[in-house]
Design a protein around this ligand. Structure first.
Ligand SMILES: C/C=C/C(=O)SCCNC(=O)CCNC(=O)[C@H](O)C(C)(C)COP(=O)(O)OP(=O)(O)OC[C@H]1O[C@@H](n2cnc3c(N)ncnc32)[C@H](O)[C@@H]1OP(=O)(O)O
Length: 269
C-alpha cells in the first residue's frame, strides 16, 4: 500500500447528504427536499458521519452546510417527535442532536451555514452550531418549538442567547415566529444576507481561505474554549494559543510576506 492509498479518505455513501470538496471548500448539502430537509434520526447520523469526514479531509479548509430546495432545514422531523414513546426516548433524541451539533461546532476549521430558505427549530440549531451564517433574502429563521408544545432541544436554548443575548433569544423562543433574513441580520443572528446564500457563503469562504489555516483553527479554538470561562482564564488560553501560532511555518511565511510586500503562501504548517 503506498502512502496515497494509506491516507485515501473514505467518504460513505450517504442517503440524505451530498459531500463535495474543491478549492479548499467542503460542501455538505442536506437532501431531503420533500420534507424540507427535516432532520430524522438517519439524517442526524449522516451529519455525524460527514463531520468525521470533514475533520479527516486534508482538502477541506472551510466547510459550508446548506440544504437542497426551498429549505435549509425545517427542523427535526415532527413525525418522529410525535412518535416518541417516553421521556427517556425524548431525552435520547435531544442528546443525539446535541452530540451531532457539538461535533460540527468542534470542527477545527471555519464552518458556514448557507441558509438558503427555512431554518427552523433543529435547522436553526444546526446553523447556530456553525461559526458563521449567510442567509438568502427569502430565508426565514426561528425556533418555533413551543408552538408544538416542546422546547428547542438541539442546543437552541443555549447557543441562541449566547449569540444574540437572552432577551432577543427568548423573544424568538416565546413567540415561535419566523424571522425574515433582514431582521435576522439586525439581530446578529446571521452575518450576511445575499440573493444567493450558497454563492455568498462560497465568496466568504474564499476570503477566509486567504489566511493561515493553522491560525484559523487556533483562533476558533481560542474563542470556543474561552467562551464559558472568566476573562482571566480565557486570556491565558489566548496567550497559550498565540504562543503556538508563533511556532508555525505559516507565521514565518505570513510575517515574511508582509515585510516583502507580497501575498502569503500558507502551507497550513
Ligand atoms: C429538537 C428540535 C425540535 C424541532 O426542530 S421541532 C420542528 C420545528 N420546525 C417546525 O415547527 C417547522 C415545521 N414546518 C413548517 O412549519 C412548514 O413546513 C413551513 C412553514 C416550513 C413551510 O410551510 P409550507 O410551505 O406550507 O410547506 P409544507 O407543505 O408545510 O411542507 C412541505 C412538506 O415538508 C414537510 N415538513 C416540513 N417541515 C417538517 C418537519 N419539521 N418535520 C417533518 N416534515 C416536515 C411537510 O409535512 C410537508 O410534507 P407533505 O408534503 O408530505 O405534507
Amino acid at each position: 500500500m503506498n502512502q496515497e492509498e494509506f491516507f485515501a479518505l473514505e467518504v460513505p455513501e450517504f442517503q440524505y447528504l451530498s459531500y463535495t470538496v474543491g478549492g479548499g471548500i467542503a460542501t455538505v448539502t442536506i437532501r431531503r427536499p420533500d420534507a424540507l430537509n427535516a432532520l430524522n434520526q438517519d439524517v442526524l447520523l449522516e451529519l455525524a458521519q460527514v463531520s468525521e469526514v470533514i475533520a479527516e479531509d486534508p482538502e477541506a479548509k472551510v466547510a459550508i452546510f446548506t440544504g437542497e430546495g426551498r429549505a435549509f432545514v425545517a427542523g427535526a422531523d415532527i413525525n418522529q417527535i410525535a412518535g416518541i414513546a417516553d421521556v427517556f426516548a425524548a431525552r435520547e433524541f435531544a442528546l443525539l442532536g446535541q452530540a451531532v451539533f457539538n461535533e460540527i461546532a468542534a470542527l477545527p476549521l471555519p464552518t458556514i451555514a448557507a441558509v438558503n430558505g427555512f431554518a427552523l427549530g433543529g435547522g436553526l440549531e444546526l446553523a447556530l452550531a456553525c461559526d458563521l451564517r449567510v442567509a438568502s433574502q427569502k430565508a426565514k429563521l426561528g425556533l418555533p418549538e413551543v408552538g408544538l408544545g416542546i422546547i428547542p432541544g438541539f442546543g437552541g436554548t443555549q447557543r441562541l442567547p449566547r449569540l444574540i443575548g437572552r432577551g432577543r433569544a427568548l423573544d424568538l423562543i416565546f413567540t415561535a415566529r419566523h424571522v425574515p433574513a433582514e431582521e435576522a441580520l439586525q439581530l446578529g443572528l446571521v452575518n450576511r444576507v445575499a440573493e444567493d446564500a450558497l454563492q455568498a457563503a462560497q465568496e466568504l469562504a474564499r476570503q477566509i481561505l486567504k489566511n493561515g489555516p493553522v491560525a484559523l483553527a487556533l483562533a476558533k479554538e481560542s474563542v470556543s474554549r474561552g467562551e464559558n470561562l472568566d476573562l482571566a482564564e480565557a486570556l491565558e488560553i489566548e496567550a497559550d494559543l498565540f504562543g503556538l501560532a508563533c511556532q508555525t511555518q505559516d507565521m514565518k511565511e505570513g510575517t515574511k510576506a508582509f515585510l516583502e510586500k507580497r501575498a502569503a503562501n500558507f502551507k497550513g504548517e
